[in-house]
Write a protein that binds this ligand. Structure first.
Ligand code: FAQ
Length: 314
């Protein structure tokens, strides 16, 4: 018989495909691994609102503005589900935000690039959300219950996001020569950073071995990247966009595309804080977090007032 509070019993549950819940026994490193990953995921959703938020007032139609507003609001919501999932592991929201502000917790490389024009909003929806979904569909089967359940809900909304982006790109590719050039330029700038979203190659990914053993990751960084590549290249070709990679080849036998070399030097530079927009993204988050302090104080005061009333009536 296994002791229910042993690592061996925990691993047996993982191997059987059981979900681990917040109050179940888990090794300390599993807890730490999840806090790191889920909080980085939450940070990405919230920081990811910034490049798109910049375009709400400049959307080309009321319909486009409504859709973009709804999408950005969803992303805020995804951040909240994910911070809540991280909190079930015994860390507070205050600590998670402090870690982000102090540069101790990361967010996705992709949100350190600027959204320069409307075509970038199309590219973000199609490529960035497209990459995010491939990863998140797989995470629906992750071993930690609260994370897995948050993913189920997030994936439903994310597929709408991907379609709104593809619609923008398809529309621009049917437009004038200038609009087509804008869409191609956005594709050229977002393609490679989107491929980097899946993380380093498996051979260079320090967290993958534990993540796979604990079924936090159901598929590896390279497997998920390949899925995204195979799905996205035909979508680009269908609307007349050229993938900015002279080395792309379809292997007829396997049905998979091979691609050129990803610029990992750029990836590590960006995640170390030296991308085009890292400074701006963090300053923006800190500024509005500080300006919103009164809202958080008011919410706590309101809760305390009601608790007091409830206690008086008992
Ligand atoms: N960006 O050993 P690995 C979205 C870091 S949601 C920055 O392979 P792991 C929705 C990694 O943290 C997008 N850093 O790590 C949306 C580690 O550093 P550390 C976010 C990265 O965790 C759309 C080091 O490199 N999605 O976009 C990145 O096993 C549009 C070594 O890497 C998620 O977070 C990166 N891309 O695998 C919102 C999904 N990749 O922590 C708005 C959940 C790696 O030791 C608009 N996360 N690093 O300092 C995951 O699946 C995994 O964490 C990976 C990385 C696959 C991202």
């Amino acid at each position: 018989m296994y002791n229910e509070h042993s690592d061996a019993h925990f691993q047996m549950r993982i191997d059987k495909g059981e979900h681990i819940e917040a109050k179940d026994y888990m090794p300390e490193n599993y807890r730490k691994h999840l806090i790191r990953q889920i909080s980085q995921h939450a940070n990405s959703e919230v920081i990811g609102m910034q490049p798109e938020g910049n375009w709400i007032t400049r959307a080309p139609s009321l319909r486009a503005k409504q859709i973009l507003l709804a999408k950005i609001q969803d992303e805020g919501g995804h951040g909240l589900y994910l911070y809540c999932a991280a909190e079930t592991l015994g860390v507070s929201r205050v600590e998670l935000i402090e870690n982000l502000h102090e540069g101790k917790a990361k967010y996705s490389n992709i949100f350190n690039y600027p959204a320069l024009n409307w075509a970038d909003i199309g590219a973000i929806g199609w490529l960035v959300d497209g990459a995010a979904i491939v990863n998140q569909v797989s995470l629906q089967r992750t071993s930690y219950g609260p994370y897995s359940r948050a993913m189920v809900r997030i994936c439903k909304e994310e597929s709408f996001h991907q379609r709104q982006g593809y619609e923008i790109m398809a529309k621009m590719m049917k437009g004038t020569k200038d609009q087509q050039a804008m869409a191609q330029d956005a594709m050229n700038r977002w393609w490679w950073p989107a491929l980097m979203m899946f993380g380093p190659h498996d051979t260079d990914s320090p967290h993958s071995s534990d993540a796979v053993k604990w079924k936090i990751k159901r598929e590896t960084n390279d497997e998920l990247r390949q899925k995204f590549i195979d799905k996205t290249i035909p979508q680009a070709e269908l609307i007349g966009l050229k993938v900015p990679d002279g080395k792309i080849k379809l292997n007829e036998k396997t049905g998979h595309y091979t691609i050129g070399e990803i610029n990992w030097e750029e990836f590590y530079r960006v995640i170390a804080g030296h991308g085009p927009c890292n400074k701006q993204r963090m300053e923006h988050h800190i500024k509005f977090h500080e300006e919103g302090a009164w809202v958080r104080k008011a919410a706590v005061a309101h809760k305390q007032k009601h608790l007091k009333k409830e206690l008086q009536t008992v």
